[in-house]
Design a protein. Structure first.
Length: 423
């Protein structure tokens, strides 16, 4: 129940739940890599230590499956982004097997990646060159990140701008975030075009689990300079573990593929890549669901797209025609999506070339009304304070009833910074 509430919060207003993925990674990865490192660097680790690591990794993979499954079943996200949310079927048998496959993928991928990273950190002699192993590992990861960026930009043509207006990163840094998110766990959520897209997601998952992890382990074993640790004394066991965990990942992916909703197969196919520009151009004429509480229909769906995604990825000419044709009609009919906040964000974030005539004047009028309302509220609070005849509770109640959407407003409570003020 707590997880469902957190998912509802993280995916509010059509969000993507990225905070949950980051939260799981920060809680799981550091302790797991420390535990794996301690085992690989010891001479003869006790069996109970190995057992605890495997149990911890299994619990982490179960958490991954719960988060991914809950994100996939989020009702609002399924309505707003049906092309990528909803791949886990509702029939009990296929539903259960798909989620078991997800857990197997997470367990295998996390185990093999942690083993590869821990062994890389133990490659060179930590007495004579204490930092060399870490420098080599950092260089390896930097090359991977750079290679992923080059492939994403020049092969899959994804672009370098941040995908959404609300992304709290500088332009291009979302590529680094995507790499770090995919480094250990192949989150299916990240295959969506506003993250890395199906082609980049599938290609990197195959590369990381089938090529990079074994290559990192073989590199560490080949250049190992520490003869008094487990990595030197029992390298065969480490290679066996890498093979087994990679096979677990492949089997889990196969189970997921066979039992997921077949309509979503193309969204996992590396040969069916879709960029965010292509996705928005295609769905601009078909989307009928917008933000929660902001109405339905084609206009509401389009309003959500231009409000959520960076204008670099818009079908610019379609957006310009849509705004020009609908603006005056919306001023008369006042649909739910046509709020003060939406108008203000549009004028602030959209290119000037797509804005319709009168948009700047309307936003200036909105701001003037909001300023007058704020002054009126402040004067009312001042008079109440001077008279001393009302308690803070009564003042708060009276103030609430003067605001659009308050208890005394017949239009109801759902308001967004007095967004219905101008209606």
């Amino acid at each position: 129940m707590i997880l469902k509430r957190r998912v509802a919060s993280a995916t509010n207003e059509g969000g993507f739940g990225g905070t949950l993925m980051v939260d799981l990674g920060l809680k799981t990865f550091p302790m797991a890599i420390i535990a794996t490192y301690s085992v690989a660097s010891s001479v003869n680790p006790p069996p109970i230590q190995l057992l605890c690591i495997w149990i911890g990794l299994w619990v982490a993979s179960q958490r991954f499956e719960e988060v991914e499954g809950t994100l996939n079943n989020h009702k609002q996200s399924q309505r707003v982004f049906p092309e990528y949310v909803g791949y886990i079927p509702k029939t009990p048998y296929d539903h259960a097997l798909t989620r078991v496959g997800l857990q197997m993928v997470a367990f295998g991928a996390l185990s093999s990646k942690l083993l590869a990273l821990a062994c890389m950190m133990l490659t060179f002699n930590y007495e004579t060159n204490p930092l060399l192993s870490y420098e080599v590992l950092a260089g390896w990861l930097a090359l991977e990140c750079g290679g992923m960026t080059m492939v994403d930009v020049f092969v899959f043509k994804s672009g370098t701008q941040r995908p959404t207006h609300d992304a709290h990163v500088l332009p291009s840094f979302h590529l680094l975030w995507n790499y770090l998110s995919l480094l250990c766990l192949p989150w299916p959520t990240l295959r969506a075009p506003w993250f890395v897209g199906p082609g980049m997601w599938a290609s990197f998952a195959i590369y990381s689990n089938c090529f990079a992890n074994p290559a990192m382990l073989l590199f560490a074993l080949r250049f190992n300079e520490n003869e008094d640790i487990l990595m030197s004394k029992n390298s065969t066991a480490l290679v066996t573990i890498m093979i087994v965990t990679t096979l677990i990942t492949i089997v889990g992916a196969t189970v997921c593929w066979r039992h997921m909703d077949p309509a979503y197969h193309d969204t996992f196919n590396p040969m069916k890549h879709v960029t965010l520009k292509e996705y928005l151009d295609k769905t601009f004429d078909t989307r009928v669901h917008g933000r929660s509480g902001r109405g339905t229909g084609l206009d509401a769906g389009r309003a959500m797209l231009v409000d959520k995604f960076h204008h670099y990825y818009w079908p610019t000419e379609k957006v310009r025609r849509w705004l020009a044709q609908g603006w005056k009609q919306w001023e008369r009919e006042k649909p739910l999506f046509f709020s003060v906040k939406w108008r203000g964000r549009l004028v602030k974030l959209a290119p000037q070339s797509v804005l319709p005539d009168g948009a700047h004047q309307r936003v200036a009028k909105d701001q003037a009304k909001l300023a007058r309302l704020a002054i009126k509220k402040d004067m009312g609070d001042f008079m109440e304070l001077m008279s001393g005849g009302h308690s803070d509770e009564k003042t708060a109640t009276a103030t609430n009833r003067t605001l659009p959407g308050g208890e005394g407003d017949p239009r109801g409570r759902n308001t967004e910074n007095a967004s219905e003020l101008s209606r």
